[in-house]
Design a protein around this ligand. Structure first.
Ligand SMILES: *Cc1c(COP(=O)(O)O)cnc(C)c1O
Length: 385
């Protein structure tokens, strides 16, 4: 079996379960995304919700990306990691007053607004501080992302974004407000998108929306395409860096950029997904009647994606090269959804072996919980272990 490269002897000394991050791969990925974005002058804000581990955030900040935040906590974590406020944008359907006030006090670069009601609140909170809040409207473009139903966001009437039919009324109201200034339009159609035609459709739709805005006398400085580029969960060893080149070139080919306009992206998963693995110890090999189970010391408390989205993660036994056998790999949590894979081929497993759940850098550690009164997982890094 072709497996990832891990400093196995060093990992054996770390208390499991924990996240292991390949910092060289993260830096390589950041180098590629920046180089590809620079070709077209695109701006990148990393979507902090994918992984807010302080070390990961600081490596991303050092590489010059901005931060896309969806909570006050993420704004604070981003500032602490070294992202300048001028490169922080704030999205999310449920911004609390304290979070909006934090964004105003720190003078972040943009509030991505998801409803008329939120716009009113931002206007009044900004007025109370004698400030003018820069805002972008998150528009629901009605483009199908062809991805899992739990992570699609760009279709009609879901909680995200402003429906196209409501846009004219909101723009009219916005024109009467003194304490918000429209600087952009924002889109995010979903996550783990591997079919680039969804992004093609988005670019075409954005052209139509811009023409309409222009015809009504509105010009925006920023167009933000959100995130969503998928990664290859099946082949983390072959294709560790996502195809940012094709992604940006698809948008570049189709999008009509207006003079002076900035184009923004908010990738999360595609930046951090492949650099992280969840490392877990095999507690028991349990012989069933028809199959063998490996019971790990990690469960959905450490990595919830398989239980929540039926997501696939490649699993490797990094301490054995013995013959390959088929196992069901499960965690210790008292819920039947706590299964990482049902027919997993692994080098023969013994109690105490270390298993790596690959491609777990995005929506892994950050979604960990303490259900069953468990400890949160720790983390270690390839360059400091
Ligand atoms: C989640 C999210 C992203 C990042 O999505 P990925 O699929 O991780 O790239 C970007 N923008 C917004 C508004 C989001 O909600």
């Amino acid at each position: 079996m072709l497996k990832g490269t891990f400093p196995v002897e060093k990992l054996k000394a770390v208390q499991t379960p924990f996240y292991y991050y390949d910092i060289e791969l993260l830096k390589k990925t950041l180098g590629v995304v920046k180089a590809e974005a620079d070709r077209y002058g695109y701006h990148i804000h990393y979507a902090v919700k994918a992984n807010a581990n302080p070390r990961i955030l600081s490596v991303i900040a050092e590489n010059g990306l901005g931060a896309d935040c969806v909570s006050g906590g993420e704004i604070l974590a981003s500032l602490k990691a070294g992202f300048p406020a001028s490169k922080i944008v704030f999205a999310g359907v449920g911004k609390a007053d304290w979070e909006i006030n934090l964004g105003l006090d720190e003078a972040i670069s943009c509030f991505n607004v998801e409803s008329a009601a939120e716009l009113e609140v931002i206007d009044s909170l900004a007025a109370a501080k004698g400030r003018v809040a820069p805002v972008a409207l998150r528009i629901n473009p009605e483009v199908d992302a062809h991805t899992h139903a739990k992570i699609t966001t760009g279709m009609k009437e879901n909680k995200f974004g402003i429906n196209l039919s409501l846009l004219p009324g909101i723009l009219e109201r916005l024109a009467q407000m003194d304490n918000v200034r429209l600087i952009g339009i924002h889109f995010h159609i979903g996550s783990q998108i591997t079919d680039l035609s969804s992004f093609q459709n988005l670019a075409i739709r954005v052209n139509e929306i811009q023409e309409d805005l222009h015809a009504h006398g509105y010009a925006v400085e920023h167009v933000n395409f959100g995130g969503g580029l998928g990664i290859d969960y099946y082949h983390p060893n072959h294709l560790p860096v996502p195809a940012f080149d094709t992604y940006f070139s698809v948008i570049h080919r189709l999008l009509n950029v207006r003079p002076g306009q900035q184009i923004h992206f908010e990738p999360g998963r595609s930046i951090v997904g492949q650099c992280g693995s969840l490392i877990s110890k095999a507690l028991y090999v349990k012989e069933g009647e028809t199959k063998k189970f490996v019971i790990l010391d990690a469960g959905f408390t450490e990595l919830i994606r398989p239980a929540m989205y039926d997501a696939y993660h490649r699993i490797e036994n990094i301490t054995s090269d013995e013959e390959v056998e088929t196992y069901e790999v499960a965690g210790p949590i008292c819920e039947s959804s706590d299964v990482f894979g049902r027919e997993v081929e692994l080098n023969r497993v013994h109690r105490g072996d270390l298993l790596a759940l690959r491609s777990a850098g995005a929506y892994g550690e950050i979604m960990a919980s303490q259900y069953n009164c468990r400890r949160l997982p720790g983390s270690c890094f390839s360059d400091t272990i």
